[in-house]
Each structure stands twice: as structure tokens, then as C-alpha cells.
Design a protein around this ligand. Structure first.
Ligand code: G4P
Length: 527
């Protein structure tokens, strides 16, 4: 088996409740990693039942069991990277997409593109990631499929190319057509709520059996729709897909397994293996080259005060990873020994024996690594960094004990370097102290917890009424003027880059619509 050519590293992007957990389960079910779906779900339910996240982290130590699911399927080795949603949504969710080679965009057929999907999609677009679209919950009637794909195109600028197409009788999903093959997959409901594979009868669309099963009216309507798609829908083009310019689109239901198999088959055929990875100033690194290279895209702190170690998530970009090897941290020039590496599986963390480009391994870290660091066995390589993403929650830090100011500054600086929080500076808003900002509010809880337990600084946060941040480039005077508006403020980030904070998306849209002399960026421009 070609270890690099057989890797498929991907993530699912969706809004909470679109069915990500359910689809993940089905991937594992069809991939043979679990026999009865329901395992992932059961764990999630247990997890949600515990409301106190901190307490839970303390009990479990580092919670990474489902961060990366690795399983073999159809002769390939799949790495499914978890993109935490719900209350776990954080900057790490964005960063994870930097480690993926493709993404599955999962939509609820009644809701289409929702807020979190849009945000995650923006990161995919920035990376030109190939995106599959799966329109879920087809077992119950939703928006007209044509309208759904039009909406995706209108809202995201991403043309959808339907590979399958659903056939309904009233609100009842009869099956899906696989357009390229001209076949019709007819579903039988199983009695076990999708816990096992679904019984599917596949017949040629042109066959008498297809006509009989659908009935003349539905059959005719289906042919009309397919003709319309032939004329009007974006055709699938592999190169355009690989460049993130067209999304092969599927309809089905993760819950009942309807339409899941055609999607998976297509996914296995078309999802890209690891491709050459861009570096800051040299040639891209070929995943098959011998030197071990990769980058840190996420660092997870242990909330247990007895175990201060942290786990750094290392995405391998080339070479063969073996435990015990020594690489160089390109930023600091220091050697890093890859001791006690861990790989993540559906159930438990496991020790890694070897890993290749596309894989993610967890490295124990005592504070030497930062998000964005390149590790390389032959120096010389520096992968494009992990950018800062627009936070959505902002606060001032209030100290209970003013004499701890120095400790606070040190703590904030280190935590921001690690990537746990972003810092912004504004005399007007906070005097000399930094403002803290995060993507997901849970990061604030983690921040306070770590300040207290790691730096001995009990602190409180006073929320600020900003909702968005945008890095801004262009005319300085215009920036200054914009910063004086009543619903926005001009601040600086830790690298002294100007950033506008907005009290609402509307305030930001106003600036985008009316100001030509400045440009707003959702991720920090790398300079
Ligand atoms: P998430 O991880 O994206 O948040 O979604 P999750 O899979 O947990 O699914 C959210 C809800 O949507 C669940 O219902 C789930 O059963 C349902 N769901 C997922 N896929 C489908 C589908 O294809 N069809 C239909 N009709 N529903 C689907 P719930 O009531 O919140 O949970 P549960 O009681 O089913 O566990």
C-alpha cells in the first residue's frame, strides 16, 4: 500500500444539528470501524449531560479522544478531523481546517447554509480546499433541492454539481438517482433506525422496474428534472473541484443511511491524497519527500492541575514519522524529540508506531511549541503559518489583586503565543492592559482557569460589546477616522497591525459598502 497515496485527511463543516455526529457514525459504520452505529452519539450524549465542562476536563484529563478518527475504508486510510461545534466552537475549529486536505459541507435540507457553515466555509475557500456537499435529512421533506443548490451558489459563490438527485413521493423519499451512472437507488426502510446498512435496490433509470416502482407521474417528473439539471446545473469537473471551485453535491439522510453509500463511494474515488504544501519562501514540500516535516495546528492544554503537560496536534506534510526521532522547531531553532506520540482513534488514544503525510499525531509539549510552528527533520522549511481568525467575543481583564499585574501580563502573553486567546491593545478601551478576544466563549472559561491555575492570577472578565474584528489595510487616515465611529473602534493586535472592532455585522457591512480606501480581512494578513 502506498502510504501517502492512500491517505485521505478531511473534516466535516456544518452548523450544529445538521447531523455531523450522525454522518460520522455512518462513515465509521460503512468503513467497518464500528458495527452498530450509535457509539459516537452515545458518547456525545454523555458529554452533553455533564454541564460543567471544566469538571469534565478534570475528570478525563485531555479530551482528545474524538479529535481525529482514523480508520481504513475501501483500501484507503481516512483521517477525519473533528471540527468542534456547539459550545466547543473555537478558534481551534478554524485551525483544524488548515490540517485537512478536503472538506464535507453538511447542510440541513430545511436550513441550507447556516452561520457556522458559512464561517467554516470561508476558511476552506481561503485554502481553496475541495468541498463535497451532502444535503442531509432527506428522509423528511425540505426545501426544493434546486433552490438549495441555488442558495449555496448565491450565498457562498460555490457552484454545486449534483451527483445524486432525490426522488420523492409526497414527503416520502423513494430513492436517489446517480446521474453519472444513470442508476436509481431505491430504499427500503430498515426497522433499526439506521443502525445498520440500508437495503438498497439499484436499477438502471431506464428500466421498467424503475418506472414501475416510481409510477408514471413521478417517473416523468424525475426525467424532466434530470433534463433540467443536464442543461442548467454545473457539470462536475475534477480540476475545478480540486481547486475548490465546484462542489459535487449529494442528497440523502445520514439517519436512515439513504444516499450515504453513493456519497461515500464518490468520496473514496475523488477525495485528494495529501498534496504538496506551500511554504513561506521556498518551493512547496512534496508529501513523498523523505524529510519529516509538518506543522502544529492546535494545542490543547490539560485542565488537570496535576498534569500540566499539553498536547500539540502535529499534521505531517512529508516523510515518515517514527517515535523517538528528533526534529527541529524551525521558529526557535531548538531540537524537539518526538517522545510518546499519540494517535487518535474512534475509541482510545493509541501510541503511534509510524505515521505519514496526512496523518495527525499528538505530541506532548511542555510549553515549547506554538500554533503554527513548523517541525522539520532537515531544517530549511517553513510552512505558511496558522493565521489569527476574527474573534467574536471581547473583554477587559480585571485583576482581583493589582499586585499580580506582572504575572497577568506574562500569562496573557504566553497564552496568546500558544494560540489560546488573542490580545488587542487600545489606550482608550483598556489603558495599557490588553483586551482579550476569542472565537468561542468557552475559550474565556479556559483562559480564566489557566490564568488562575498556571499563573496564580485570579481574574474576572468584563465583556465588551463588540461582535467582530477585521484586520484593516489601506489608508491610515481613513482607518483613524473609522475608529472614531460610535459602533466601532480601532485597536492594534500583538504584532501592531491595525484592527477594527465592530459592535455588529451591520456596522462592518456599512464600512465594507462605503469605504474604498481600506480593505477588511477576516484573517490576519501574513506579513
Ligand atoms: P450535529 O452533530 O451536527 O450537531 O448533529 P447530530 O448528528 O447530533 O444530529 C442532530 C439531530 O438531527 C439529531 O436529532 C439527529 O438524530 C437528527 N438527524 C441527523 N441526521 C438526520 C437525518 O438524516 N434525518 C433526520 N430526520 N434527522 C437527522 P435529535 O433529536 O437532536 O437527537 P436524537 O434524539 O435523534 O439523538
Amino acid at each position: 500500500m502506498d502510504p501517502v497515496g492512500s491517505r485521505r485527511t478531511f473534516a466535516i463543516i456544518s452548523h450544529p444539528d445538521a447531523g455531523k455526529t450522525t454522518l460520522t457514525e455512518k462513515l465509521l459504520l460503512y468503513g467497518g470501524a464500528i458495527h452498530l452505529a450509535g457509539t459516537v452519539k452515545a458518547r456525545r450524549a454523555k458529554r452533553h449531560a455533564t454541564s460543567d465542562w471544566m469538571e469534565m476536563e478534570q475528570e478525563r484529563g485531555i479530551s482528545v479522544t474524538s479529535s481525529v478518527l482514523q480508520f481504513d475504508y475501501g483500501g484507503l486510510r481516512l483521517n477525519l478531523l473533528d471540527t468542534p461545534g456547539h459550545q466547543d466552537f473555537s478558534e481551534d475549529t478554524y485551525r483544524t481546517l488548515l490540517a485537512a486536505d478536503s472538506a464535507v459541507m453538511l447542510l440541513d435540507n430545511r436550513k441550507g447554509v447556516e452561520e457556522q457553515t458559512r464561517k467554516l466555509f470561508e476558511v476552506c475557500r481561503m485554502r481553496r480546499l475541495p468541498i463535497f456537499t451532502f444535503v442531509n435529512k432527506g428522509d423528511r421533506i425540505g426545501e426544493d433541492p434546486l433552490k438549495l443548490i441555488d442558495d449555496v451558489e448565491a450565498e457562498l459563490g460555490l457552484p454545486c454539481s449534483p451527483i445524486t438527485w432525490p426522488v420523492y413521493q409526497g414527503s416520502h423519499l423513494l430513492g436517489v438517482v446517480e446521474r453519472r451512472e444513470g442508476s436509481l437507488h431505491l430504499f427500503e426502510r430498515t426497522g433499526d433506525h439506521g443502525q445498520s446498512r440500508v437495503d438498497v435496490e439499484t436499477v438502471p433509470l431506464e428500466s421498467d422496474r424503475a418506472k414501475d416502482r416510481l409510477g408514471a407521474d413521478i417517473y416523468e417528473r424525475l426525467l424532466d428534472e434530470l433534463e433540467l439539471l443536464e442543461a442548467a446545473a454545473t457539470p462536475f469537473d475534477r480540476d475545478a473541484f480540486l481547486a475548490g471551485e465546484v462542489s459535487p453535491t449529494f442528497f440523502g439522510s445520514a439517519l436512515t443511511n439513504f444516499g450515504v453509500e453513493p456519497f461515500l463511494r464518490f468520496f473514496l474515488e475523488e477525495a485528494p491524497a495529501p498534496r504538496p504544501r506551500s511554504t513561506r519562501d521556498g518551493d512547496p514540500v512534496d508529501p513523498r519527500s523523505e524529510a519529516l516535516t509538518g506543522f502544529i495546528f492546535k494545542i490543547q492544554a490539560n485542565m488537570d492541575p496535576n498534569h500540566r503537560d499539553r498536547l500539540a496536534f502535529f499534521r505531517i506534510c512529508s516523510g515518515r514519522f517514527e517515535p523517538g526521532a528528533t526534529v527541529t522547531n524551525v521558529r526557535s531553532g531548538k531540537p524537539v524529540r518526538l517522545a510518546q506520540p499519540q494517535q487518535f482513534l474512534a475509541r482510545d488514544r493509541q501510541r503511534v508506531e509510524e505515521a505519514w503525510a496526512g496523518d495527525v499525531v499528538g505530541l506532548h509539549d511542555r510549553g515549547d511549541l506554538r500554533v503554527g510552528d513548523t517541525l522539520s527533520s532537515n531544517g530549511g522549511v517553513d510552512f505558511e503559518g496558522v493565521p489569527s481568525f476574527s474573534p467574536e467575543h471581547f473583554a477587559r481583564v480585571l485583576l482581583s489583586d493589582p499586585l499580580r499585574r506582572k504575572h497577568l501580563d506574562r500569562g496573557l502573553r504566553q497564552l496568546s503565543e500558544e494560540g489560546a486567546v488573542q490580545l488587542f491593545y487600545s489606550e482608550e478601551l483598556a489603558g495599557p492592559a490588553p483586551l482579550v478576544a476569542v472565537v468561542g466563549p468557552l475559550q474565556f472559561d479556559v483562559l480564566l482557569h489557566r490564568l488562575e491555575h498556571e499563573y496564580g492570577v485570579p481574574a474576572r472578565l468584563e465583556p465588551l460589546a463588540f461582535r467582530e474584528a477585521r484586520w484593516v489595510t489601506g489608508d491610515r487616515e481613513v482607518m483613524e477616522r473609522l475608529g472614531r465611529g460610535y459602533d466601532r473602534s480601532l485597536v492594534r493586535d500583538h504584532r501592531d497591525r491595525p484592527v477594527l472592532l465592530f459592535r455588529s455585522p451591520w456596522a462592518r457591512q456599512q464600512v465594507e459598502a462605503t469605504e474604498d480606501d481600506v480593505t477588511l480581512h477576516t484573517v490576519a494578513p501574513d506579513d
